[in-house]
Design a protein around this ligand. Structure first.
Ligand code: 5GP
Length: 114
């Protein structure tokens, strides 16, 4: 099993502000938020990045998006809009090698990203 900071959080070895969890994913606040609301949705399954996702993971990735949408509703950022981001690999800015979806909201986002 991989041993990233996210695995440590999922095992309970590192503290985190967990907002939601189920059999498939854990969602917690980013330790260094890039927006007033910044949540990471992380699958329990070992998957380093989007590049490792296979057909078998269709349901899991769809579930991650729905969990993010539901969190946007509960955090009351849905009405004003929000951003969902998968960083992938070095050029994508991925730092933690476990798949995760960023939910960002609570401020106006710029485009294109830097
Ligand atoms: P990435 O750049 O890999 O897409 O995003 C990793 C995210 O994980 C970053 O936004 C970073 O702030 C967050 N992060 C890194 N270490 C920790 C940690 O120990 N706890 C929490 N809650 N977030 C973390």
């Amino acid at each position: 099993m991989s041993d990233t900071v996210f695995h440590k959080i999922m095992r309970g070895d590192l503290p985190a502000d967990i907002l939601y969890q189920d059999d498939l994913v854990v969602a917690f606040r980013d330790i260094s938020p890039a927006a007033p609301s910044h949540v990471l949705i992380v699958p329990r399954k070992d998957l380093p990045s989007v590049s490792d996702v296979t057909e078998d993971d269709r349901m899991l990735v769809g579930h991650m998006v729905l969990v993010a949408r539901n969190l946007a509703t509960s955090l009351e950022i849905e009405g004003e809009g929000y951003r969902l981001v998968f960083n992938c690999g070095e050029n994508g800015g991925q730092v933690v090698p476990q798949l995760h979806l960023h939910l960002l909201g609570g401020r106006k986002m710029s485009w294109p990203p830097g």
